[in-house]
Design a protein around this ligand. Structure first.
Ligand code: KIV
Length: 282
């Protein structure tokens, strides 16, 4: 087998689980086998269908919807009621991926009971298979309560955008001594029952140490190449975001292609070239 074939061949998790949804057990097994996997965000049924058919094993209905769907400047304004219909659409548009719902700012920090009520809505009303929440030691009671209620929890450390006002901006986290705190938060979250942890905007060597120290998968975004999985916001990876962060690789120029197509449509409408006879009913 040539090296180019082996690098594009699907692993047992990516593209390999068929006829059923991916589960958190599949993700744990992938970590044991040393397999890497991709995760993307999704916010609607048609996009979810494309990613699902491509074999993406995990989709996140991120609170990044606040910015990329609703047009806010940060993730803070989005609510459970805003995210529920998007999550339901992604579940309906997919048949194979594990769908993770992000708990938005203000929907879980108050108490474990508040977290349970919010998470239960995503599971019951939208059909989510897991939830994600941001933070380390301060959310351990929330993680324990959700897990003991049967709700799989994805944790999120490093740059936690819901805390942007405390962090003083969207900047790299975990440099120097704060890396030790992040490591200890990651271990505490694993002990509390989280099934995975997102590491956002942290130095690559710290992400590598966390990944080798944990039995649960780490999912990197701006965390270097050593995490078990990688996640990107789909508008970033497809080239819809005007000024993407340094950690983004754009795999398409969707903004350019959409601009070309809509200008061509407009020109055809103004010239009368569209609709042609084949687009008209007799
Ligand atoms: O909301 C989101 O899209 C996220 C990912 C960037 C991890 O939290």
């Amino acid at each position: 087998m040539s090296s180019s074939t082996s690098s594009t061949a699907p692993s047992a998790l990516y593209g390999g689980v068929s006829g059923r949804r991916v589960t958190v057990r599949d993700l744990a097994a992938a970590k044991e086998r040393g397999e890497r996997w991709p995760m993307v965000t999704a916010y609607d049924a048609m996009t979810a269908r494309v990613f699902d058919q491509a074999g993406i094993p995990v989709m996140l209905v991120g609170d990044s919807a606040a910015m990329v769907v609703y047009g806010y400047e940060s993730t803070l304004p989005v609510t459970v009621d805003d995210l529920l219909p998007l999550t339901a659409a992604v579940v309906r548009g997919s048949s194979r991926a594990l769908v993770v719902a992000d708990l938005p700012f203000g929907s879980y920090q108050g108490s474990p009971q508040q977290a349970l009520e919010s998470a239960a809505r995503f599971m019951k009303e939208a059909g989510a298979h897991a939830v994600k929440l941001e933070g380390g030691r301060r959310v351990l009671p929330q993680v324990e309560t959700l897990v003991s209620a049967g709700i799989p929890v994805m944790a999120h450390l490093g740059l936690t955008p819901q805390s942007v006002n405390v962090l003083g901006g969207y900047r790299v986290q975990g440099r120097g001594q704060s890396g030790d705190e992040l490591m200890s938060d990651a271990k505490d979250l694993e002990r509390a029952g989280a099934f995975s942890v997102v590491l956002e905007c942290v130095p690559a060597d710290l992400a590598q140490r966390v990944t080798t120290s944990l039995a649960i998968p780490t999912i990197g975004i701006g965390a270097g190449p050593s995490t078990d999985a990688q996640v990107l916001v789909w508008q970033d990876l497809m080239g819809l975001t005007p000024r993407p962060a340094k950690f983004v690789k754009q795999y398409a120029d969707l903004a350019g292609e959409m601009d070309r197509a809509v200008r061509e449509f407009a020109a055809d409408v103004t010239s009368g070239a569209f609709p042609a006879p084949e687009h008209s009913y007799s």
